[in-house]
Ligand binder design. Structure first.
Ligand code: SF4
Ligand code: SF4
Length: 473
């Protein structure tokens, strides 16, 4: 069956042409109130993004995601792999929050906060407008032969893109390995840390590829969040939407004729000027309804408002609205789905806060040395050998650490250390022996409770197994 003309847009995406090749998007430079607000939001976010790895709270980097060494700082709080359960809860909270937010406000995140949109539209695209000019000039420049002007503009643009990509890669690295280490590496000189330099250049190449060429395809093809929209949005979600009732009326959209009265003619308020299409960075026509490609960037709102003003019609033909708002003039309501997500989010957040308060300052692990049995010593003493690991999650050294058996009579002897100190935000590992009289054992596999003390203060307890002779069962 042949697709009706007004449904053809469903058969393809705006950035792929009929031969299946990339249709390059040359969006017109947005102008208007929303674009101005978005610029301010982007300045704040860019300042935050570039400064967060260099902000310290109690000596901790404000945000750090050192996956290589499995050390993380979130809002200045250090987290360790031992806090993995907290991470899992945070991730679940993140997912529920995103779902809740999307059900209510569509892709507000994509248009206003997503780093991809911020860098693409507020950094790289603006440089492109500055060098190549607006849409028309860009199209012309692309078609013109490689003359001096084109070479100059292209080389300048690509050079600036490469420099910014390198800068972003450095910031990315500061989040990954820590800003202190990054600065140290820079002072040492790049060739002293060749592997880091190679990683940095790979990141730079990836960012350059994304912003110079891949662009909106990240949102359309690669981003899983965009794909979720179909499942999360409903007819109460607020999205950037074309008011088709008003835009089309009984006789549909039509070009504007001077001095006409649209209220009498039965024509819709859409004057078919295509400004909303020309500004769209993902190359779609929002008048076809909510689409996967739409990142809710609001550029079409600004473009349409400008056109409405110039033909003396009310603004808001394209606006933030839900389907119900457009079809039934319904106001925003807190739907049962939203209530459900909010309740889950509230519970998870309460659990997380509780767990954060219960989190120990020090984490102790005492594990039997693999492959070792017990040793039978003089005076009926059974000895087991262990490795221990102490993680200090605080910003102060913890000194005078010693272990005590809490569940049995016996003694713990730490090998090679007289006095244990765990430096701040660090860990120590070592070996210890536990010796217990056979008569105090209840079987061949006892469970021991060990207390970790700093001076005389109990700071952590942990459990471990103890092997003894089978005959004592
Ligand atoms: S349709 Fe409008 S809001 Fe959506 S991406 Fe295009 S310009 Fe932005
Ligand atoms: S900018 Fe507004 S008036 Fe112009 S085509 Fe788009 S919806 Fe219609």
């Amino acid at each position: 069956m042949e697709t009706p003309e007004n449904e053809i847009f469903r058969d393809s995406i705006g950035t792929i042409n009929e031969e299946g090749k990339r249709a390059w998007v040359y969006p017109k430079k947005p102008k208007g109130a929303y674009y101005d607000y978005r610029k301010w939001v982007s300045y704040i976010l860019l300042i935050f993004l570039f400064s967060a790895p260099f902000i310290k709270i109690n000596g901790n980097q404000f945000l750090m995601f050192n996956v290589l060494e499995r050390r993380f700082n979130i809002f200045g709080f250090p987290f360790w792999p031992q806090d993995f359960h907290l991470f899992v809860i945070m991730m679940i909270i993140g997912v529920v929050f995103v779902a809740l937010f999307t059900v209510a406000f569509g892709r507000l995140f994509c248009g206003w906060i997503c780093p991809q949109t911020i860098f693409m539209e507020m950094v790289f695209r603006r440089i492109e407008y500055w060098i190549d000019g607006d849409r028309g000039k860009q199209i012309r420049l692309n078609k013109q032969p490689w003359n001096a002007e084109k070479i100059r503009k292209r080389v300048l643009k690509w050079f600036i893109f490469a420099v910014i990509s390198f800068l972003i890669a450095n910031i990315f690295l500061a989040y990954l390995i820590g800003s202190d280490r990054l600065i140290r590496y820079i002072i040492d000189g790049p060739f002293s840390h060749l592997s880091t330099l190679i990683s940095l250049l790979i990141f730079t190449a990836v960012f350059y590829f994304i912003y110079a060429w891949f662009r909106e395809q990240v949102c359309i093809i690669a981003c899983p969040y965009g794909r979720l929209q179909g499942a999360l949005l409903d007819n109460k979600s607020i999205v950037v939407a074309y008011d088709h009732k008003r835009g089309e009326k009984e006789k549909g959209r039509a070009k504007f004729k001077k001095n006409e009265d649209r209220a009498l003619s039965g024509k819709g308020d859409c004057i078919d000027c295509f400004q909303c299409v020309q500004v769209c960075p993902t190359g779609i026509d929002i008048r076809n309804g909510t689409q996967l490609e739409c990142v809710n960037c609001t550029a079409c709102i600004d473009a349409c408002d400008h056109m409405m003003e110039s033909v003396n019609l009310p603004k808001g033909l394209i606006r933030y609205a839900s389907e119900d708002n457009i079809n039934k003039k319904a106001k925003f309501t807190f739907s049962p789905r939203l209530k459900g997500y909010t309740a889950i989010l509230g519970i998870l957040t309460a659990v997380l806060i509780g767990m954060l308060f219960l989190r120990n300052d020090i984490e102790a692990n005492v594990l039997r040395l693999p492959g070792q049995l017990y040793e039978h010593k003089e005076g009926n003493i059974i000895s087991n050998v262990y490795t221990y690991k102490l993680v200090n999650k605080t910003n102060n050294d913890i000194a005078n650490i010693h272990f005590k058996l809490l569940s049995h009579n016996g003694k713990i002897e730490v090998v090679s250390h007289k006095e244990l100190t765990v430096p701040k935000r660090d860990l120590i590992e070592g070996t210890l022996f536990i010796e217990i009289n056979q008569s105090a054992l209840s079987g061949d596999k006892d469970r021991l409770k060990i207390g970790v003390y700093s001076d005389e203060k109990l700071i952590e307890t942990t459990v471990t197994g103890f092997l003894g002779p089978r005959s004592y069962r």
